[in-house]
Design a protein around this ligand. Sequence first.
Ligand code: MN
Length: 163
Amino acid sequence: MRLSMITAIALYSLVITGCKEQTNAQTDKQATAAKVQSIFPKGEKGSSEYFTGNAYTNGLVPADSTYATLVGNVYFEPGARSNWHRHPAGQILIITDGVGYYQIKGQARQTMRKGDVIQCPPNTVHWHGASSDTGLQQLYIIPNTEKGIVEWMEPVTDEEYSN
Ligand code: MN
């Protein structure tokens, strides 16, 4: 009688613990799906003058006379994107996690995923940012900074973003 009661309690605990663990695992899985992995510090929130939504930039290599190359990381939260802009000497994007979009004005929007490398030609109007449900971690490299770094333009509208 006593043994079976202990067994019953043990079984009950197991069921409760089991259910709780499953719930936690599901919650963790959802959190992981929404969150992308970062290699670098999150950095500073980008100005709403240049970004829609929350984007965080972290400088890695400052442009100086030795390298004339600017390197940094941007984390775009889901739905966040840059304004339209162009780089006088072009830009290279290396996607390290998440899912995002890149669009050259007048062309179709492209999807970018972890491992993608994008070469954006000089003086080409474009935007980049995260997908609506997954964030994006992108490294950017701007070469030949003596030609200029970036010329900012108008925000990317919701209609342009979803096209
Ligand atoms: Mn750019």
